[in-house]
Design a protein around this ligand. Structure first.
Ligand code: ADQ
Length: 468
């Protein structure tokens, strides 16, 4: 088994001082790395100001080497806040109106990818398998190839890949597609994302499908597939069962006194549909007065990317909106929306999900959405809650027991909330069982194994994708 090298923008370095367990992706990739031995390289999250970032900081943990690099202020601004988060993120989430395209940022993005490649090359061995993650690092393989790297390189896109008409609004779309063609395997979350990619290749005659997941573009042959990411289902269900003893979870439960709780858990991001969700909840309360003073909606939302202006503005908008609904509908002894801007440890989060009769997961667009899966995994099978899920989350392709909603349709979402709150126990159990069986079988370890199997299998078949 060849050594594994993982590259992602940020690296979840194990923190021995923190008792809280890491998220599912970190758990699965660490397991794959420790099985094969390997390296995980990425940005430290720190800036070196105007200075050259200096040496990598290296941390050894068993047979895994974590390698972190600082970036200059300019790199962070152009590569991370600029092209990654103000061009690729909005475009891939269908928000052409928010994309702020600048040549300086695009150049910075490619420059930083070259810099990552330069840092990686001296650490590589000829038979290492390389796995690159997400939209920050699309050009990494083409940079590595230019430096003579012949290793097997796979790429997984965690966010959606939009259809050609949306993707082509980005002036450098051809460079981005060309960069993807330098991988041996390009993985997407869903069959829709893969189909969008193939559609984009074929639209302008810049590539085509050769059948069976094989693709050709820019004179290269490579493969595309869909690999829906999962969570650490069994472990997460265990957290939820044990969380009843946690003091924060107990306080939340006591404060509800058997009244129904609705939960939403999302990073503060415009793709997550928070303002539409609050509108739908308000509509639900107004149309179901018997739930006034009865149902509570808890929204747990850590701030994110505050340096990007759209995110800063959104923080204000969502807080004001929650405040307005609380002001208009609240009473002396009832707050309709509890809004928390902070992260909570995973076991506590699992306990909160388990308390909630409804999991409200209504992104306008989402690659997968792990919250939907965590909510289901955390439920008590004897008295499970109901998942209300946006049809525009990748998770909707798998979560067949959810009530699917169109988050643009405020009335429809309000009706689904009402249906979820009133759903009889038998129906809740049947819907939950279906989803839980799926999640147990398709957990994050399976996702990781499936991707790596396809990435390395080709090697055995001696079918090295090469220029055609
Ligand atoms: P994200 O956009 O970050 O991920 P998501 O899949 O929902 O979205 O994952 C968020 C993670 O953060 C979950 O594990 C959740 O528990 C955690 N989290 C959120 N709020 C939290 C809070 N207040 N406290 C603690 N933890 C919190 C991107 C893509 C997704 C894709 C994932 C994985 O945008 O579509 O599912 O990558 O591929």
């Amino acid at each position: 088994m060849s050594r594994l090298v993982v590259i992602s923008n940020r690296v979840p370095v194990p923190d021995k001082k923190k008792a809280a367990p890491a998220g599912g992706l970190a758990v699965a990739l660490r397991a794959a790395l420790s099985e094969r031995g390997g390296i995980w390289l990425g940005w430290s999250g720190n800036s070196s100001g105007d200075e050259n970032p200096g040496d990598l900081s290296i941390l050894e943990d068993g047979n895994i080497t974590y390698a972190l690099t600082d970036l200059t202020d300019r790199d962070v601004e152009e590569y991370y806040h600029g092209f990654a988060n103000r061009v690729l993120w909005p475009i891939c989430h269908y928000r052409l109106d928010l994309a702020d395209y600048g040549r300086k940022e695009m150049t910075g993005y490619f420059r930083v990818n070259r810099f990552f490649a330069e840092r990686l090359v001296p650490m590589l061995k000829p038979d290492d398998t390389i796995w690159v993650h997400d939209y920050h690092l699309i050009p990494l393989a083409s940079e590595l190839r230019q430096m003579g790297v012949k290793n097997r390189i796979g790429f997984f896109l965690h966010i959606p890949l939009p259809p050609a008409d949306v993707l082509f609004a980005m002036p450098v779309h051809e460079e981005i597609i060309r960069a993807l063609a330098h991988y041996d395997l390009v993985g997407f979350q869903t069959d829709h994302d893969l189909a969008n990619f193939v559609g984009a290749l074929e639209r302008e005659g810049i590539g085509r499908s050769l059948g069976n997941g094989r693709l050709a573009s820019f004179e290269r042959r490579f493969r595309g597939g869909h690999y829906p990411i999962g969570i650490e289902t069994a472990a997460f269900a265990g957290f939820a069962e044990r969380a009843a003893h946690n003091s924060m979870v107990r306080r939340a439960r006591d404060s509800m006194a058997d009244r129904p709780l609705i939960i939403g858990v999302d990073r503060l991001d415009y793709s997550k549909g928070l303002t539409q969700r609050i509108d739908a909840y308000e509509r639900f309360i107004l149309e179901n007065p018997r739930h006034q003073g009865n149902v509570t909606y808890l929204q747990v939302t850590p701030k994110s990317r505050s340096e990007v202006p759209e995110y800063e503005a959104m923080q204000r908008t969502v807080a004001e909106q929650a405040g307005r609904v609380n002001g208009a509908l609240g009473t002396v002894d009832w707050v309709p929306i509890r809004y928390m801007n902070r992260s909570v440890a995973r076991p506590v989060l699992a306990g909160l999900y388990r308390l909630a009769r409804v999991g409200l997961v209504t992104p306008m667009r989402d690659g997968m959405n792990l919250v939907a899966k965590e909510y289901v995994a955390a439920q008590d099978g004897e008295n499970p809650g109901v998942l209300v899920l946006s049809r525009f989350a990748g998770a909707a392709r798998e979560m067949s027991g959810a009530l699917l909603v169109n988050p643009y349709d405020i009335e429809g979402t309000a009706n689904a909330i009402a249906r979820a709150i009133d759903m009889p126990l038998d129906e809740r159990k049947a819907r939950w069982r279906q989803m839980m069986d799926h999640l147990l079988e398709h957990d994050v370890t399976r996702w990781c194994d499936d991707f790596l199997r396809d990435l390395t299998e080709e090697e055995q078949a001696g079918d090295h994708p090469e220029p055609v």
